[in-house]
Design a protein around this ligand. Structure first.
Ligand SMILES: Cc1cc2nc3c(=O)[nH]c(=O)nc-3n(C[C@H](O)[C@H](O)[C@H](O)COP(=O)(O)OP(=O)(O)OC[C@H]3O[C@@H](n4cnc5c(N)ncnc54)[C@H](O)[C@@H]3O)c2cc1C
Length: 385
């Protein structure tokens, strides 16, 4: 397709954030939206590598509030966008093995209750009842919420792509943005490998690559890529259909049912910042040893597939969402730090409000502005996996 010469809004990046923003802009009658994705498919960045988990169990009010807005949007997704997303409420179970984590989680659960999120506090026998296949050695307590679980990230992206197109937005593949043209402190357009487009509004939705896009606009966006990897086992008929999404918190180790098998991941605390997306076999060994200890039945399975993807980490594990004051017309939706998929629906809506109405009003997103890093307002999230 021919590249348009102008657009009211140009969005850089076709993951969950960019496509949700495109859809919500178009839904609010801003139809002259152009999304540019450099890959030949949408959703192949962090979104396509994601584990698909959706939860309310976070450690800060703003993250819980984003979930309270976003999860009902996933509930309505199929009806609204005519796209099934394989939504499954299998529940999220956190296992706590450190005294310090137990204390922090007690406070977090109290905060979640205050916001109307009915997370359950479990002692080890209660955990065994929810997930009898686990070896609970060292587990002091746990938290469980049954209205949490999984959705399919690629289907969510596809739903937003089709929905935005139906409303008149243009979403293109194989176009790389190389520069953002700025004059007099205002966005004037973007420079791509297929030509220039004049626009007064540019959205940086480049996920782990957001700092690079910031750089071409002359703005320091503190988002760094960090490799995270996943393995999926061969089928394990013993895994029950109601097997929850389980997180062994201190180890950053997680499992969930994936079809007839188990998907498992574990975050390497020593992983260095960088764009490397090859699977590290040494880390996979460490990961699988820890996984078998916690879920011994894994010993019976082989590994059917494996991959690595990139978290898009910000300094306080919260997104940078909204206008970038240094450059008028430049917006950012990034830095979700490994838990952004579930907030994609809400954040696309909130950014569309910020662009079209001057400020997000469904939820106050001012705590998520870029300036917080210079003004000592960081809001550290504890529940990062
Ligand atoms: C292993 C793993 C597990 C995860 N598990 C979960 C989970 O269980 N639950 C959860 O909520 N989140 C999870 N996440 C995090 C989640 O995937 C991300 O927070 C979310 O997908 C970020 O979406 P995005 O649209 O910002 O980025 P992306 O999906 O990376 O999209 C950015 C897009 O921008 C494009 N792009 C970059 N630069 C340019 C350019 N110059 N021109 C044009 N296009 C460009 C890229 O090609 C890419 O497609 C996980 C992530 C990983 C890696």
């Amino acid at each position: 397709m021919e590249l348009p010469a102008t657009a009211d809004v140009v969005i850089i990046g076709g993951g969950v954030m960019g496509t949700s923003t495109a859809y919500h802009l178009a839904l609010k009658d801003c139809r002259d939206v152009l999304l540019l994705e450099r890959d030949s498919l949408f959703g192949t960045g962090a979104t396509g590598k994601c584990a698909g988990g959706i939860r309310h169990q976070f450690g800060t009010e703003i993250n819980v509030r984003l979930s309270l807005l976003s999860l009902p949007m996933l509930d309505r997704f199929e009806e609204e966008l005519d796209q099934p997303i394989d939504l499954r409420y299998c529940g999220y179970l956190f296992l706590l093995t450190d005294e310090e984590d137990v204390e922090v989680f007690r406070g977090n659960v109290a905060m979640q209750h205050r916001l109307g999120v009915e997370t359950q506090w479990l002692e080890p026998d209660g955990i065994a009842a929810v997930a009898p296949l686990l070896d609970l050695e060292g587990v002091l307590a746990g938290t469980f919420h049954n209205r949490e679980g999984l959705a399919d990230p690629s289907s969510v992206v596809q739903g937003y792509v089709s929905g935005a197109r139906r409303l008149g937005a243009t979403l293109l593949n194989d176009v790389e943005v190389m520069g953002v043209r700025i004059e007099g402190g205002r966005v004037q357009g973007v420079v791509t490998d297929r030509g220039e487009i004049a626009t007064p509004v540019v959205v940086n939705a480049a996920g782990p690559w957001a700092a690079e896009v910031g750089r071409v606009a002359g703005v320091d966006i503190p988002i760094v890529p960090v490799r995270r990897q996943i393995a999926v086992t061969t089928p394990l008929p013993e895994i029950p259909p109601d097997f929850p999404f389980i997180i062994d918190f201190a180890r950053s180790l997680y499992f969930h049912r994936e079809g007839p098998a188990v998907l498992t991941g574990m975050s390497n605390p020593d992983e260095i910042v960088g764009f490397n997306q090859s699977v590290d076999p040494d880390w996979e060994l460490t990961h699988l040893e820890a996984a078998i200890k916690r879920l011994p039945i894994l010993e019976k399975a082989g590994i059917a597939s494996r991959w690595a993807g990139l978290y898009e980490n910000s300094p306080d594990a919260h997104p940078i969402l909204g206008r970038i004051p240094e450059v008028e017309g430049f917006y950012c939706i990034g830095g979700f730090s490994g838990h952004g998929f579930q907030h994609g629906p809400a954040c696309g809506l909130l950014l569309a409000e910020e662009i079209l109405d001057g400020a997000a009003h469904t939820l106050d997103i001012s705590p998520l502005d870029l300036a917080r890093f210079h003004e000592g307002r960081v809001i550290v999230e504890y529940n990062v996996v």
